[in-house]
Design a protein around this ligand. Structure first.
Ligand code: F0G
Length: 463
């Protein structure tokens, strides 16, 4: 007889480890020296001097046995490689667009699409543009506007779909400036807004507005699988559905997509641009050949195309997604318990700490996010990413203003760290909360004109 037992609470990693990478141990004194050499910019560290690297979830995940096997099947023919067709069919199985154009990573898809659709006087709405998306829109002379719902800008709001587009604001924009809008974008999940999902209902609303105003709807779909899992968990009537079907519904509402395969598709590199319109696709392919490569490889090796095709099928497995979302929440909820202010609900790929709330003694123009990120590294060897005044505070005229929020993102590479790595990060954060009032602010001693967060040099402001 089979006894009916309650379900177990522990959601463990749905994989065993097959190949390992050593972590080189360092002490706070070692890291203090490394920080000085790097001018307190965490992008300037050598990654081998990092214990737990939560800088990004982009291209940093572990590939599976089956992806490594697929790599061996990679066919490196210049034109018409079988690996392209494996890739194209894997993309179309989820996102049924006629034209699938491989690129080396997401921003290449953005550059190509906006160089065709953008231009001076145009305006591209999005829930929130990621920084490369915004930069590629603006590089053509067009304006990028963010129209996320008000709850999406409130770190404490518990709205289940904080990535949703503000439909009233989108309608107003389309009514006032319709002729200038070449397409509408929706980013799933909304990375810059805390990895927050967009609901199917909201996407249907955006589609309806696009139909009414005759506009193309594109998805920036990097974290589509995590978004679909949130829809399954949180949206009425979706709880019993296969994530694959939810993804197909999402794709069915759009006219095209840009993709970084370094996120949910589990690649270390790769991306694509996919769309239905044949004329637009032809113009994009013309651009592709200039800088990325022939349309059946677009800047990738055949082996990369195979790895991404296999990764796509793994990204939509329920056991994987349950573990992925639960493990991000595990870290986020533990940080909340120890008094770290974090954006709630916890997002899909990252935990976002509100550094301005944690460090009220540091003026936003002395970069509380940078102060927290540097301290996390020095204390525990944990690398994170400032998303605040360092990243967004510089104005084109050279002036400086505080960003809307000073956040620190702890991004979680896919299938890479285990629960004990997270327990260590939680312990480091606990120690840090105790000494938060002692942390110094920073000043910038040297910076480039654009994207300063990658290379700026800092020094602590000693009190
Ligand atoms: N769109 C979103 C929502 C992203 O998060 C990224 C990259 C891109 C586009 C660009 O893709 O890097 O392949 O060119 N995000 C990374 C991050 C870099 O750390 O969040 P890419």
């Amino acid at each position: 007889m089979i006894m009916k037992l309650p379900a177990f609470r522990t959601v463990f990693e749905p994989f065993r480890i097959h190949s390992v990478e050593p972590i080189k141990m360092t002490t706070p004194a070692d890291r203090k020296a490394r920080l000085a050499t790097a001018s307190y910019n965490l992008f300037q560290l050598r990654s081998e001097d990092v214990l737990i690297d939560l800088l990004t979830d982009s291209g940093t995940g572990a590939m599976s046995r089956d992806q490594w096997a697929a790599i061996q099947r990679g066919d490196e023919s210049y034109a018409g490689s079988p690996s392209y067709f494996v890739f194209r069919d894997a993309v179309r199985d989820l996102f049924d667009f006629e034209h699938v154009i491989p690129v080396h990573q997401g921003r290449a898809a953005e550059r190509i699409l906006f160089s065709v659709l953008g231009g001076p006087g145009k305006v591209v709405p999005n829930n929130t543009h990621f920084d490369t998306t915004r930069a590629n829109v603006e590089a053509t002379g067009a304006a990028a506007v963010d129209l996320v719902i008000a709850e999406g800008r409130d770190p404490a709001s518990l709205h289940p779909f904080k990535g949703n587009m503000d439909l009233a604001a989108l309608e107003a924009l389309l009514t006032e400036r319709g002729a200038d809008v070449p397409c509408v974008f929706v980013t799933i999940t909304n990375n810059s807004g805390g990895g927050q999902p967009v609901s199917l209902e909201n996407l249907r609303g955006v589609r309806e507005l696009c139909d009414r105003h005759g506009k193309l709807l594109f998805l920036d779909a990097c974290r589509f699988a995590e978004n679909a899992w949130f829809i399954r968990e949180r949206e009425g009537g979706q709880g019993e559905r296969d994530v694959v079907d939810i993804v197909r519904d999402i794709a069915g509402l759009a006219d095209g997509m840009t993709m970084s395969a370094k996120k949910d598709p589990m690649g270390n590199i790769g991306g694509w641009l996919a769309l239905d319109d044949p004329d637009l696709a032809q113009e994009c392919r013309n651009m592709l050949v200039l800088t990325e490569g022939f349309p059946t490889y677009g800047g990738l090796a055949g082996r990369d195309l195979e790895a991404v095709a296999q990764g796509l099928s793994e990204a939509v497995e329920h056991d994987y997604l349950r573990y992925r979302i639960v493990s991000t929440a595990y870290l986020g909820e533990a940080l909340q318990k120890i008094g770290m202010p974090v954006i709630s609900p916890i997002g899909g790929h990252a935990v976002y700490v509100d550094a301005r709330a944690l460090l009220p003694n540091i003026d936003p123009l002395h970069y509380p996010g940078q102060a927290l990120a540097v301290a996390l590294y020095e204390l525990g060897g944990v690398r994170s990413c400032e998303i605040g005044t360092v990243m967004f505070g510089r104005r084109p005229d050279g002036g400086e203003v505080p960003a809307a929020m000073d956040l620190v993102r702890l991004a979680i590479p896919r299938r890479t760290y285990t629960q004990s790595h997270f327990d260590y990060v939680i312990e480091v954060c606990e120690r840090l909360v105790e000494r938060a009032h002692l942390l110094p602010g920073y000043r910038i001693t040297q910076e480039p004109k654009a994207l300063r967060h990658f290379t700026a040099q800092f020094e602590p402001i000693t009190r």
